[in-house]
Ligand binder design. Structure first.
Ligand code: NAP
Ligand code: MG
Length: 497
């Protein structure tokens, strides 16, 4: 079974999944999905509106009170295991679809994301029958206990940088908890999720349990948020959109969970293993397969003064060694930016960094100047890994999320100063600490105001560990058993004895 069938005009044409049926938008309108490595349309997706969302929510609501709710927890687990197996069977095709659609290097989607999707689904399958309430001893005259219940229909809104792994974490937890879902993928990278719709059907989920509806955020996304029958919105994306969602949910009082952006610091102390740190703060953190379009990008590299010049040189060399090119080539380490507007935004920030007085230690080129006029990728959205030295934390390139392969080095003199710089951000997603001093590592873990801290590692994400931020990086957690709580409410029972 192939998940993608090209239409006669050569474009792949994908459909929504609503109530167990594959269908176009009711308006029949479509959006072009661009291959960012060449800047040309390669697929078409439904441009759905509020009527499509209404049909999907209606199906999810009916499914929630139908056969799905009668299924024992192990039944939900079994379906999730079927789904995990189908994702494993189709991993290589789905990785190729995702890399083609959002430009993320196939080396990452095939070796990282898709194997993780299978594991995430198995993890939540294992969790489905371990949802528990408490008994609470209030008085000998009463028996008091709690039960946890699925919240109902969940709206899941997904960004373009890692569609399938974010889908798996959110949908896996929601289904394990017993919810039904309506998924709205990002307009720039919906294809892998729409292609995977097929797998939900084959896994045996009853119609309406999982619905997938593509379209614009301002129409399809907004009507999902406003729908009175949606009990929860789980969103990954930008802080600006999270603010719009918060305002739009005022009437429905829908519960919200937000995984948002970051401006994460990677702190390198002079006592660190510099070989490990050099890789950890560059290729593993921000000069990635997704061209730095990762919410945890360590875009502020704080370096202790005695090793500052040496580390700047090492990071610049790492940046110069990144193999940029066709994301479908397994030798490629970094693909293009996912779409044109984001490409322009990243290039504007690179220009801004120089205007603000930071110095480019490596990089700065993009597009044809980078790929060569004769290259098949001259029209693609490629940006060179770009590394600014001698930046200050008050510069806009150090305060605003760039979401591209751009990092800035800032020197520091003391541990207190490093922690203060790391925390001097409106965001609070992640922080990296590079040190061989165990006491310092513990002090830093306690002192940094972020949802995730790595010591002598970076960007290590695992389905068993809760993931999310504080401050303007959002609230609520994906992954780990904790994420299940977000799809459950607690009912308290009191029996008078
Ligand atoms: P975005 O513009 O916020 O889009 C995310 C999703 O929200 C898309 O599906 C988008 O649809 C939809 N959307 C847009 N406006 C909406 C509205 N008014 N109501 C409902 N939905 C709406 O973010 P992005 O630019 O795609 O993603 C990049 C951002 O996400 C970065 O800031 C990054 O840090 C963050 N991110 C965070 C994490 C994390 O785990 N914390 C992970 C990945 C990305 P359309 O695209 O169709 O408009
Ligand atoms: Mg695309």
């Amino acid at each position: 079974m192939s998940l993608l069938l090209p239409a006669p005009d050569g474009f792949a044409r994908l459909e929504n999944l609503i109530d167990g049926k594959r269908c176009p938008a009711l308006s029949l309108e479509r959006l072009a999905s661009v291959d960012p490595s060449i800047g040309e349309t390669w697929a078409e997706i439904p441009s759905s509106g509020s009527d499509d969302i209404a049909a999907a929510v209606d199906a999810a609501k009916r499914a929630f009170s139908g056969a799905w709710s009668d299924l024992p927890a192990l039944g939900r687990a079994g379906l999730l295991r079927n789904l995990a197996g189908l994702f494993a069977d189709h991993a290589s095709e789905l990785a190729r679809i995702e890399s083609r659609d959002n430009g993320r290097a196939l080396a990452e989607t095939s070796a990282g994301d898709l194997p993780a999707v299978t594991q995430i689904l198995h993890y939540f399958a294992g969790a489905a029958d371990k949802l528990m309430g408490d008994t609470v001893q209030v008085s000998p005259a009463s028996f008091n206990f709690t039960v946890v219940e699925a919240v109902g229909v969940v709206g899941i809104i997904i960004p373009w940088n890692a569609p399938l792994s974010i889908l798996a974490a959110k949908v896996g937890a929601a289904l394990a908890a017993g919810c039904t879902v309506v998924v709205k993928p990002a307009e720039q990278a919906s294809c892998s999720i729409l292609a995977a719709a097929e797998l939900f059907e084959h896994a045996g989920f009853p119609p309406g349990v999982v619905n997938i509806v593509s379209g614009l955020g301002s129409t399809a996304g907004d009507s999902l948020v406003r729908h009175p029958d949606v009990r929860k919105i789980s969103f990954t994306g930008s802080t600006a959109t999270a603010r719009r969602i918060t305002a739009a949910s005022a009437d429905s009082l829908t519960q919200l969970a937000f995984e948002l952006g970051g401006k994460s610091a990677n702190i390198v102390f002079a006592d660190a293993d510099l070989d490990a740190a050099e890789l950890g703060v560059s290729t593993a953190s921000v000069f990635t397969g997704g061209a730095g379009q990762t919410c945890v990008a360590g875009s502020r590299i704080l370096i202790e003064r005695p090793i500052y010049e040496e580390m700047v040189e090492r990071i610049a060399r790492r940046a110069s060694e990144v193999r940029i090119g066709d994301p479908m080539d397994l030798e490629t380490q970094m693909g293009p930016i996912a779409f044109d507007r984001q490409y322009d935004k990243v290039r504007d920030y690179i220009a801004l960094g120089s205007q603000e007085g930071a110095e480019i230690a490596f990089g700065g080129r993009s597009g044809e100047a980078l790929m060569g006029a004769g290259s098949p990728h001259a029209g693609g959205y490629f940006v060179e890994p770009t590394f600014f030295r001698d930046a200050r934390n008050d510069m806009r390139i150090c305060r605003e999320e760039i979401f591209g392969p751009v990092a800035s080095a800032i020197p520091f003199d003391t541990e207190e100063e490093a922690v203060a710089l790391a925390n001097d951000s409106s965001y609070g997603l992640a922080c990296g600490v590079w040190t061989s001093d165990l006491k310092r590592a513990h002090r830093a873990i306690a002192a940094v105001k972020t949802g995730v801290v790595w010591v002598n590692a970076y960007r290590r994400i695992h389905w068993a560990l809760p993931f999310g931020g504080v401050k303007e990086s959002g609230y609520g957690r994906d992954s780990g058993l904790e994420s299940l709580r977000g799809y459950l409410h607690t009912k308290t029972a009191w029996i008078e004895l």
